[in-house]
Design a protein around this ligand. Structure first.
Ligand code: PEP
Length: 250
């Protein structure tokens, strides 16, 4: 199994000063576990500053979004190759905030996933159901639809260099975490779906859980058989809380 992956999604928070302080606190804090890759995803404008601070060390850089196109007349957009240039290795695609607030549909998410890979970035594909969808018993159908849209467009082999994050929308930023059993059930579904296309890729792919992960619940989530790390929002803005979550990685 590949090492666990813990990713901090800073969203649209902080200043250059607070971002610098946060990274310095993580770098100078208690030693990060060797069993996990740890990545941070700052806002675009701080990527270059953070890359200089990280200086190719163990803490990895990722981005929160990218353009589905490689270059050209797309005012305000940032391409995968620009993110590579800035020092990123990972990029989040299909975060529920992008899907819900910026109307990114499954087809666009699939195009962003492929654009990331064309640029040599590893996409972290987010999937997740809303509370209403869960209450209606639609969780599996929603997850499968979001996953199949990318599998159909990119092909199973593309998942050899990809990460999937299950993020129930009702758990993001709400303080409500999925139980480890609820998370495991969906992770098992995602792994089974990918394994049906290629057993080796399905067995090896890292599946992250995201949604109000904290130091107090990370260990229980991370011990589930199909959870291979976390996508952490709010708690990644506190160095010691984030380090404690990383330390729960198996
Ligand atoms: C996220 O931003 O992907 C996320 C899971 O946020 P939080 O940890 O704050 O719920």
């Amino acid at each position: 199994m590949r090492p666990f992956l813990v990713v901090g999604n800073w969203k649209m928070n902080g200043t250059r000063e607070s971002a610098t302080q946060l990274v310095n606190e993580i770098l100078r804090g208690p030693e990060l576990p060797a069993t996990a890759e740890i990545a941070i995803c700052p806002p675009f404008v701080y990527l270059a500053d953070m890359a200089r601070l990280l200086n190719g060390g163990t803490l990895i850089l990722g981005a929160q979004n990218l353009c589905a196109e490689d270059n050209g007349p797309y005012t305000g957009e940032v391409s995968g190759s620009m993110l590579r240039d800035a020092g990123c290795r990972y990029v989040i695609v299909g975060h529920s905030e992008r899907r819900n607030l910026y109307a990114e549909n499954d087809a666009l998410v699939a195009r962003k996933f492929m654009a990331a890979q064309r640029a040599g970035l590893t996409p972290i594909l987010c999937v997740g159901e809303t509370l209403t969808q869960r209450q209606r018993g639609e969780t599996h159908a929603v997850i499968m639809r979001q996953l199949m849209a990318v599998l159909d467009a990119a092909g199973i082999d593309a998942f050899d260099q990809a990460v999937v994050a299950y993020e129930p929308v009702w758990a993001i930023g709400t303080g409500k975490t999925a139980t480890s059993a609820q998370a495991q059930e969906v992770h098992a579904l995602v792994r089974a779906c990918i394994s049906a296309g290629n057993a080796r890729i399905g067995g090896a792919i890292r599946l992250l859980y995201g949604g109000s992960v904290k130091a107090s619940n990370a260990a229980e989530l991370f011990q589930m058989p199909d959870i291979n790390g976390g996508l952490v929002g709010g708690a990644s803005l506190e160095a010691y809380e984030f380090i404690a979550i990383c330390k729960a990685a198996i």
